[in-house]
Design a protein around this ligand. Structure first.
Ligand code: AMP
Length: 473
């Protein structure tokens, strides 16, 4: 499907072509026609799915007939109001509106708190067709009479769940009272809680429900696996798995950038096309490594967490954690690279005995135990492949015994994992049915080993993009 198939006007098709988009994302394919039909929408989607273009493009098309270059403010009343919870998101959405609307004579501006109101007031008084705002600052402007919302035709609430979490519901209600009841409303939220359903019931009329797979979360489509192995056998095991599973594209994670080149070289020696990507490489080198990987010229891309941030590959089937990350949130980021766009993926972790604690922390965050696997035809103790042999009579019962669940040592035993799961571990007694809990003291201590000097423990907020974190040089 192309953007032309969605009946977008040429000005918008040109804008998306300028951005290098060749086809709509799933949410765009669903949302664009519905918005153009003036339907209300309840969109369950996260950042990273292309939702911004999904609502911005059709909104711009609906407003296109009003486009004019008159300097008169009266010719530019606010017709679309986009509410966001944070100023960062407001700025991002505003950039998108400008980018996609650059061939249309529609005016837009963004207002948010924490900065001087004067330039915002000036822009509002000059007239804007599209206003992007955080709720509190918008009400300040309403109070100062620098903006009127009486001609709003399209209302968009982005990240509505975060707005509720941040206590914006009263402000949203006040804003609703200021805009016409005859309007089109679009509500986007990453989660679909009871509160969001209630809000949707109040705001939307006969909405179309659009849901798309989450991208940056431990997608249900991802199969997690752990191979418990001596540290010294990891490299050979990695090569063995890549070869025996016939992996064509695998992203391998390491903690330290200094180890990435070494591992890539060793894989090459094992006959596997490999390259390293980390923050010491120039932008050009990184782009080249990434292009080779995307095009299938490189089988294994070895990366640090930081270097992988910008990597966006639509159908990455395998992620291998050669080493577990020091924070469980980084595990979620890592495996968020696979199982995207509705396609299944595998997240394989090679776990040495010294990483067991990190594994427990990850299982707590995932709220489920990860199945343990043993490699076929590979001797973990010796760290080398072994020829397939026939099973002797004594071996079959031994394998069964190995496969039996470990007895839970604590009263809060985790639920049974799927069929392929081997041990069911209670870890340190953590109850997997409970929501995420902060790390135990022991876990926290493990997250700050002396080996990672200068690196601080990152709270879950980092996962949400709330905290910046720099790769240590
Ligand atoms: P969003 O979910 O709106 O934050 O978008 C995530 C990223 O996807 C942004 O960097 C967009 O520029 C990009 N994007 C949006 N639509 C498309 C598309 N159809 N093709 C490729 N990239 C896109």
């Amino acid at each position: 499907m192309s953007f032309a198939d969605l009946n977008l006007i040429p000005e918008l098709q040109r804008a998306v072509a300028d951005e290098g988009y060749t086809e709509p994302t799933p949410i765009q394919a669903k949302a664009i026609p519905a918005v153009l039909e003036r339907r209300d929408i309840m969109g369950c989607a996260q950042t990273g799915t292309g939702k911004t273009a999904g609502f911005t493009l059709p909104m711009l098309q609906l407003l296109a007939p009003y486009a004019n270059s008159s300097p008169s403010p009266a010719r530019h009343p606010v017709r679309t109001l986009i509410l966001t919870p944070t100023r960062e998101l407001a700025a991002q959405v505003s950039d998108s509106v400008r980018t996609y609307g650059k061939h249309l004579k529609l005016r837009s501006t963004v207002v948010y708190g924490g900065v001087d109101m004067t330039p915002q007031t000036k822009a509002l008084r000059e007239g804007v067709d599209i206003l992007i705002a955080t709720p509190g600052r918008l009400l300040d402007h309403v109070q100062q009479k620098s903006v009127s919302l009486g001609q709003v035709e399209i209302l968009i609430l982005d990240e509505a769940d975060r707005m509720l979490d941040m206590g914006f519901l009263p402000d949203i209600r006040r804003i609703m009272a200021l805009i016409p009841t005859q309007r089109q409303s679009l509500l986007f939220s990453a989660t679909f809680s009871e509160d969001i359903k209630k809000l949707a019931n109040q705001l939307l009329r006969n909405p179309l429900l659009i849901e798309v797979a989450r991208r940056n979360a431990p997608a249900d489509l991802v199969e997690h696996q752990v191979y418990e192995t001596p540290a010294a056998s990891k490299r050979a095991l990695l090569a063995h798995l890549i070869r025996s599973r016939e992996m064509k594209q695998v992203l391998v994670f390491l903690r330290m950038k200094k180890d990435c080149n070494k591992l890539a070289r060793e894989l090459e020696r094992d006959g596997i096309n490999a390259a390293a990507i980390h923050s010491d490489r120039t932008q050009a080198e990184r782009e080249l490594a990434l292009a080779d990987f995307k095009d299938g010229r490189t089988t294994a891309l070895v990366a640090t967490d930081i270097a992988a941030r910008g990597i966006d590959i639509a159908e990455l089937p395998f992620v291998i954690n050669y080493e577990l990350p020091y924070t469980p949130e980084d595990y979620v980021h890592r495996i968020g690279r696979t199982g995207r766009a509705g396609l299944p993926g595998e997240a394989i972790s090679l776990v040495s005995p010294d990483e067991e604690r990190l594994l427990i922390e990850i299982e707590k965050l995932l709220k489920r135990p990860i199945p343990r696997k043993t490699p076929d035809n590979f001797d973990l103790d010796r760290g080398r492949e072994q020829r397939p042999r026939r099973e002797t009579r004594n071996e079959a019962p031994r394998r069964e015994a190995q496969a039996a669940p470990r007895p839970a040592s604590q009263p809060h035993a985790p639920p049974r994992a799927p069929a392929q799961a081997k041990p069911q571990r209670a870890g340190d007694g953590f109850d997997f049915s409970k929501p995420y809990q902060p790390s135990t003291a022991a876990g926290a201590a493990m997250q700050k080993p002396p080996a990672i000097r200068g690196r601080t423990h990152r709270p879950a907020a980092a996962l949400l993009g709330g905290l910046a974190f720099k790769d240590k040089k």
